[in-house]
Ligand binder design. Sequence first.
Ligand code: AMP
Ligand code: GLY
Length: 425
Amino acid sequence: MNILLLGGGGREHALAWKFSQSKDCKSLFIGPGNAGTSAFGTNLALDPTDFHAVRKACLDNGIDMVVVGPEEPLVKGIVDYFLSDKSISHIPVIGPSASAARLEGSKAFSKQFMQRHGIPTADYKEFDADQFSEGSEYVKTHSLPVVLKADGLAAGKGVIICNSHIEAMAEFELMLQQDKFGEAGRRIVVEEFLDGIELSVFVLTDGDHYVLLPEAKDYKKIGEGDKGPNTGGMGAVSPVPFADNEFMLKVKERIVDPTITGLKADGIDYRGFIFIGLIKVNEEPMVIEYNCRLGDPETEVVIPRLKNDLVDLLKAVADKKLKEKIIEIDSRAAATMVAVSRGYPGSYEKGFPITGLDKKYGESLIFHSGTALIKDQIVTNGGRVLCVTSYAGSLQDAIRKSMAVLTQIDFDGMYFRRDIGYEFL
Ligand code: AMP
Ligand code: GLY
């Protein structure tokens, strides 16, 4: 089949790499892709949220399946758009409808969903601008730290953990009255702080059945020792040592099963990935957030550990035949480390040549995030530039291998965290 993959980051490079190994993938198109994805298919210069352009790309290239990497097209309704247009309604789009993507697109919606279906999560209350004074009173007397979350999509910046009431009240006002996050912050979820260790769980569902992909842990802060501002993710490891059988059984019974049955009970036909951000508090899993897609850079360790043919699995999702599939996981550990531009996650420059990419690195894979090909030279084109994933018998060795590869790659201002996986070593 001909596949169109939407997105242009490391997640999409890892997916393109995986699709290219499938007997079912005749040709692959990536919109817009990056310098790395072009090794596995044809990059198309399109914006994944420009649905007319996506439609045209499908018709021009005889596309049989669309796979959506990032959340924005899903939250904006790409699945609904395809279903409503006769010329493309036969093409399955892997990902949820806009209504289902509210699990990620609206924190208030996802909290209500969890409450309705008895899924363990932090206690919370939601407020909009009309409830400003009531909300201020609530924030002022909340136990510390208190967590404020913009309801809508805010590019990963919409969560603020406040350690004082003064800070919390100021942030509450900035969000509700000064439009700090624009439309996304006109409603706020105020929730209790959960103290524990985080874990990302990846579910693939056809609406009736689901399979679990390998779990992962990512490292969001820019600085070593989890210091400094949040980024999109600076590295990831899989497996996660504390996610043993006993813990994962709790995750399935208390979180994944009620999520899938809850979606059905609410009349939502969800076909695609669900990425559940969990936190382990006193040995018990609780949900921090849902995402309606795979994570980045988690995908760069999760997908390399998946032994199944991914196109075959996605066909089963489209045909509601996931029940027939059994997941096979590589027993090796995988670790990925992300190299970023100087200044990231603040402002940074682009266009620096990258060296060291053409060598062979054995059990390591290089996935591009922000790169571009300009006059036969691969140059930096984003904050997160590339990541190196390595396989090994232990997390420690996988991390060591990725670090060794990164010391042979260079671009002006390159930075990476050397302590990925530190809690497990
Ligand atoms: P989110 O955008 O919901 O993924 O939140 C970003 C990060 O904020 C999470 O990965 C957690 O590290 C942290 N976080 C969010 N909610 C809470 C909470 N209730 N307690 C502790 N940390 C949280
Ligand atoms: N790495 C976190 C995310 O993709 O949301």
